[in-house]
Design a protein. Sequence first.
Length: 250
Amino acid sequence: MRYALYLAPPRESELWRFGCDVIGRDALTGASRDGFALEGYTPVDWRNMTSDPRRYGFHATLKAPFRLRLDLDIADLTHSLAEFVGKFPPFDAGKLSVGAVLMGDGRAFAALRPQGGLNELRSFEARVVRALDHLREPASAGDRERRNLARLTPRQAYYLAAWGYPYVLDEFRPHFTLTNAIADADRIARLLQQEFRLRVASPALRVDALTLFGESEPGGEFKIVRRFPLGRSTRARRSSARALAPAFFD
């Protein structure tokens, strides 16, 4: 079982509905969101192009999926997160637009990316990565090998060993993934940007919570466990919580 710390918009927001429709699943309810497709693609074609982001749910990564330390349980995790979020007020992190994000093999994926000043978001990501790393079980050799070390820069390889993920700190590139890696990502991104403008009234990214996601089962889909609003220091009940029950509550 793995957990992840993500940015996820409020469930009632246009941004959340847009993201869930595009990738084809709601990570809060676990329900499939069928029917979306850009012009020129069937819904089946589109679902084949969005299988990767659909598994993880609509999000931007702050702390990538990790296994909880063996001597901790979900109650310890939620208690730590409830205390952590009280140190940070909500903040704005630029305006979102859809673009193509290049990969090392020449392919790219379409993603929503914030534009403008990102200093506060980068600072927040760094605090999440560093301050909450004590909760993480160190990555195994197999986990590291699956990252294809040959394609990482020396700095990225170091971050993978130190923090369990290569794209952190100065390698952090915030984005909400919308498609798999595809050959015509530029064209898809332009079409999705048009759809985004039609469906989301404000492109502003408001960072108002840290959201805990968890795998429904090893290798399964990620679902929302709990949303922790920033600036609200609450004492999480330390009751045993062995079962992963998705709940989107403040």
